[in-house]
Design a protein around this ligand. Structure first.
Ligand SMILES: CC(C)(COP(=O)(O)OP(=O)(O)OC[C@H]1O[C@@H](n2cnc3c(N)ncnc32)[C@H](O)[C@@H]1OP(=O)(O)O)[C@@H](O)C(=O)NCCC(=O)NCCS
Length: 161
């Protein structure tokens, strides 16, 4: 079944969400809505039908100012505007079926649309472990030289793909 991706709603069922990483489960259950209300981040959820409220995957985006030291790109100011991919996770029962990649492509598309209206140099993600870093590297994210779990993807690269 084709997943639907849309903005998080207050009455979405987030209690049963389990991606295997408790901090990411707790964030969706307890923080995501508050952050949305305070305009700190936007959360997008995947469900498996329009009417179904159960969340099977999610990602969250926030505006970010990133220091370019350690970023292997020439001729950039010390800090550039970016979008932080603050969270991305898939329910354990739905892993390995392409949903993580689908959420990531949706997130990059959302950032690309944003970048038409507001200058954004890149997308940045802080991978929680080496496995997660491997997932992002597969899609072209490059590690910072001084912090290998911090990865970035320039908007120019997203435009070309
Ligand atoms: C990382 C995560 C989002 C991947 O989601 P998923 O739905 O299982 O991934 P997909 O099925 O879409 O995989 C897409 C591709 O990425 C690859 N992939 C998945 N996890 C990977 C990893 N850890 N390292 C390298 N490649 C990986 C898959 O093999 C697949 O490749 P293929 O298209 O060549 O077969 C998911 O495992 C997850 O939620 N993990 C816990 C939370 C987490 O670590 N999030 C990242 C936070 S920074």
């Amino acid at each position: 079944m084709e997943p639907q991706i849309r903005r998080l709603k207050e009455d979405d069922d987030r209690k049963s969400f389990d991606c295997g990483v408790s901090s990411m489960n707790d964030w969706l259950r307890n923080i995501a809505n508050q952050h949305q209300k305070k305009n700190l981040s936007r959360t997008y959820v995947a469900t498996l039908s329009d009417t179904h409220q159960e969340v099977v995957g999610y990602y969250a985006l926030a505006a970010f100012l990133v220091e370019t030291e350690g970023m292997p790109v020439k001729r950039l100011p010390d800090k550039v505007s970016a979008v932080l991919l603050a969270r991305l996770a898939v329910n354990k029962n739905h892993k390995g079926q392409g949903l993580g990649a689908y959420l990531l492509m949706h997130a990059l598309d959302t950032v690309l649309t944003t970048s038409m209206a507001v200058g954004v140099q890149c997308v940045v993600v802080d991978a929680i472990d080496e496995n997660a870093a491997g997932f992002y590297r597969k899609y072209g994210f490059e590690p910072f030289t001084d912090a290998p779990r911090r990865l970035f993807l320039p908007i120019e690269t997203i435009k070309q793909t």
